[in-house]
Design a protein around this ligand. Structure first.
Ligand code: IYT
Ligand code: CU
Ligand code: CU
Length: 334
């Protein structure tokens, strides 16, 4: 082969193989539901074929912010209900006549989040969420938070996502690391909710998107990689009052065995009452999610990093194992 042809071949072969992976789409949509109350959270499941393994490589939302406030897709081992639709907002109103339970009964993890007309999410080349036979994800559950109801047609609402998937083995597996805290915020004060963990898994994580979650008191949530206990590199930070979707991490970054991952939620409590971490709207939450890929068939373990939170646990405290150079200002400003 002459050099030019060879060059053409090396450029085009990756494009052709990507094309030949025969990607397909699968709808994960509400089955034409008619929510009766604003602020309802509804869930609907799909059971995955457990004879085959599938690789989810992207998400194409089918929703508008005129109707849906947010949507989440959960991977579950067991769904929260055997019904086609159920109420799944612990902190919200309930559609009369429907069962109420959590999105998943076991093995839950968030694999997609949408809010405020967020665009499609495509995972990097060669990366997929492994679901079905050779994975712990046996069901996918769509959760829709209905904000407003006046644009829903009389035939019902079918908000949801089209899952882009392939049966072609993907060399890189996507996963989500969930970071969070317990603890509480005293009245009329600013409180840092902090967590950190040393990565035990020998595989290098390549983070490519992040999501933050708090309730009303959250001002800034930041997530960090800490190398050698004192070199802090930002993974991402966000105002949690903005849409709580997965935002891309624009830079290339690796999290290696022995690195520490750390997250802080800065909460301002103007209330007259102490506010605790908990599951209702009166409570708070502090979460930082890291979506990443690793080579191979399994996501990293453990996949959560929780601490007791304030007041007994902090980055600077004695249980964090000696973190230095804490970026106190950068971690709490946007
Ligand atoms: C107490 C807390 O932080 N709850 C969070 C994180 C969480 C997510 C999952 C906890 C568990 C889970 O199985 I998935 I146990 C929490 O509930 N976060 C909300 C959703 O419920 C997922 C969020 O929007 O991030
Ligand atoms: Cu919402
Ligand atoms: Cu919450």
């Amino acid at each position: 082969m002459n050099q030019l042809l060879w060059l053409a071949a090396t450029i085009f072969i990756p494009a052709i193989t990507a094309f030949q992976q025969d990607k397909d789409e699968f709808p994960l949509l509400m089955p034409k539901v008619t929510p009766e109350l604003e602020e309802t959270y509804l869930c609907t499941p799909i059971r995955l074929d457990t004879d085959d393994t599938y690789f989810i490589t992207g998400f194409r939302p089918n929703a508008t912010m005129m109707t849906a406030h947010h949507m989440l897709v959960f991977g579950c081992e067991e769904p929260g209900s055997s019904q086609p639709v159920w109420n799944c907002g612990e902190m919200s109103v309930k559609q009369p006549g429907l069962e109420s339970s959590r999105p998943c009964a076991s093995g839950d993890q968030i694999i997609y989040a949408w809010g405020m007309d967020a665009p499609e999410l495509h995972l990097p080349e060669g990366v997929g969420f492994r679901v079905g036979a050779d994975s712990n994800i046996k069901y996918l559950v769509l959760q829709v938070h209905y904000g407003h109801l006046d644009h829903i047609p009389s035939s019902g609402d079918d908000s949801g996502v089209f899952l882009e998937y392939t049966e072609t083995e993907q060399p890189k597996t996507a996963g989500v690391l969930l970071m969070g805290t317990g603890g509480f915020a005293l009245p009329h004060s600013t409180t840092y909710f902090e967590t950190s963990c040393e990565m035990e898994d020998p595989r290098t994580m390549h983070p490519f998107a992040f999501r933050t979650h708090t309730h009303k008191l959250g001002k800034v949530v930041s997530g960090w990689r800490v190398r050698h206990r004192g070199e802090w590199e930002l993974i991402g930070k966000m105002d949690p009052q903005k849409p709580q979707m997965f935002y891309p991490i624009e830079k290339d970054m690796e999290i290696k065995q022995g690195d520490t991952v750390a997250a802080r939620c800065t909460m301002v409590n103007h209330r007259d009452r102490t506010t605790y971490i908990g599951t209702t709207a009166e409570d708070e939450m502090c979460n930082f999610y890291v979506m990443y890929w690793v080579w191979g068939k399994r996501p990293v373990t453990p996949n959560t990093c929780f601490t007791r939170g304030p007041p007994s646990w902090s980055w600077a405290g004695r249980y964090a194992g000696g973190l230095n150079n804490i970026p106190d200002v950068e971690a709490s400003t946007l």
